[in-house]
Design a protein around this ligand. Structure first.
Ligand SMILES: *Cc1c(COP(=O)(O)O)cnc(C)c1O
Length: 379
């Protein structure tokens, strides 16, 4: 007799994550040496040179367990921000921090509100907790709709997921508006503010969200070392919140969740402001270049405060994605975000951006030719 294993029913609603094509895979499949990967918002300038020295030191004793409290890193964060070390918890990337929020605050039947499209992991962790995802669409300008989110609050709401700047649209909530929103949200609801791209914000006078932690107990700020620090392979990020909330995150956290290499790399990177400045400048110049080229090609785009740009290619971006792939250029088609005629491209180096634009121009022109052929057939 066939006996079924007790797979939890709620897991049937979750699709295993299909990771983006790996660089090496793509190279092998296509037989192309030069692959330009602009699909996952990785840092085009790599990471701080200081990271290599720090990591080498850790490798002298790989047999030792890491510091389960990431003491040095939390001390450095405290020094740089003015918050207490007890206001930080370190996670294996923001992915894990997002899980901490769900495990701490969401139970079966609880509701969590999230903008759509945004970072899909918020929805997954909510469902893993057997909570209910309440999706709220963006504004006509592709920004997070705070008014609609407030209106979606019910008695069962436990968490509001916000991504600022928002991935994949790159839009930024004005600081003033966000502060008013935090004020309006009932204090028993957690606002998880994912700021993976906060270091790329070019808006002058935009407030440092960590300041809000002094005023609001219900805010949790999530930041990562994967983007401006260029340490995506290391898996490390931090959450900042009240000491009380952090003490709860430490209950759901496994002791050695962050490895020693990642901790050392993060400390070294935090101390290298020059590297971050270079990344910021490259990103700003890259966006200006892309905007100009999109205009030249007749594509509209969403002005981005992050390290990627969403562009309206006015045709199904899946075939366009395939076409670009054949040229060794990997981008993210908009389909997965429910934005079929858009594509998201990470800002690369000057050369990578140029290669992308040239490939896009060829691929899009091919599309236009097909359109014209279809038109001539019908008339
Ligand atoms: C990249 C990204 C993350 C993932 O960060 P990790 O620290 O690499 O886990 C989290 N949130 C958003 C919105 C991102 O774009």
């Amino acid at each position: 007799m066939q006996v079924g294993l007790p797979y939890r029913i709620s897991l049937d609603a979750i699709n295993p994550y299909i990771p983006g094509k790996r660089l090496e895979e793509a190279v092998k499949e296509l037989g192309i040496e030069r692959v330009v990967k602009l699909a996952s918002n990785e840092n085009p300038l790599g990471c701080s040179p200081r990271v290599y020295e720090a990591v080498k030191k850790v490798l002298e004793a790989p047999s030792r367990y890491p510091d389960g409290n990431s003491t040095e890193l939390r001390a450095e964060l405290s020094r740089q921000t003015g918050l207490t070390p007890q206001q930080f918890v370190i996670g294996a990337g923001s992915f894990e921090l997002i899980s901490f929020v769900a495990e701490t605050f969401i139970g079966p039947g609880d509701e969590a509100i999230m903008p759509v499209p945004s970072f899909s992991w918020y929805g997954t962790v909510t469902r893993l907790r057997e909570g209910k995802v309440v999706p709220v669409g963006l504004t006509a300008e592709h920004g997070v709709n705070l008014k609609a989110i407030l209106a979606a609050i019910t008695e069962r709401t436990r968490v509001i997921w916000l991504c600022n700047p928002n991935n994949p649209t790159g839009t930024l909530l004005p600081g003033e508006e966000l502060a008013q929103f935090l004020e309006a949200v009932p204090r028993h609801i957690v606002v998880a503010l994912d700021e993976a791209y906060c270091d790329f914000i070019g808006e002058p006078g935009y407030p440092d969200s960590l300041e809000w932690l002094y005023r609001f107990e219900h805010v949790v700020v999530l930041r990562t070392f994967s983007k401006i620090h260029g340490l995506a392979s290391m898996r490390i990020g931090y959450a900042a919140a009240s000491e009380r909330t952090i003490s709860y995150f430490n209950r759901v956290r496994q002791i050695f969740n962050v490895n020693a290499l990642a901790q050392a790399a993060a400390v070294a990177s935090l101390r290298d402001k020059d590297f971050r400045r270079r990344v910021f400048d490259n990103n700003r110049q890259g966006k200006e270049y892309l905007y100009g080229e999109f205009q030249r090609l007749g594509f509209s785009y969403i002005k981005s405060e992050a390290s990627f740009v969403m562009v309206h290619v006015r045709e199904d971006s899946d075939p366009l994605f395939q076409q670009l792939l054949r040229e060794g250029v990997i981008i993210r088609p908009g389909t997965g975000f429910g934005m079929k005629e858009w594509l998201r491209v990470s800002v690369g180096t000057e050369e990578e951006n140029r290669i992308f634009i040239e490939a896009l121009e060829r691929a899009a022109a091919g599309g236009l030719r097909l359109l014209r052929q279809a038109g001539s057939l019908s008339g």
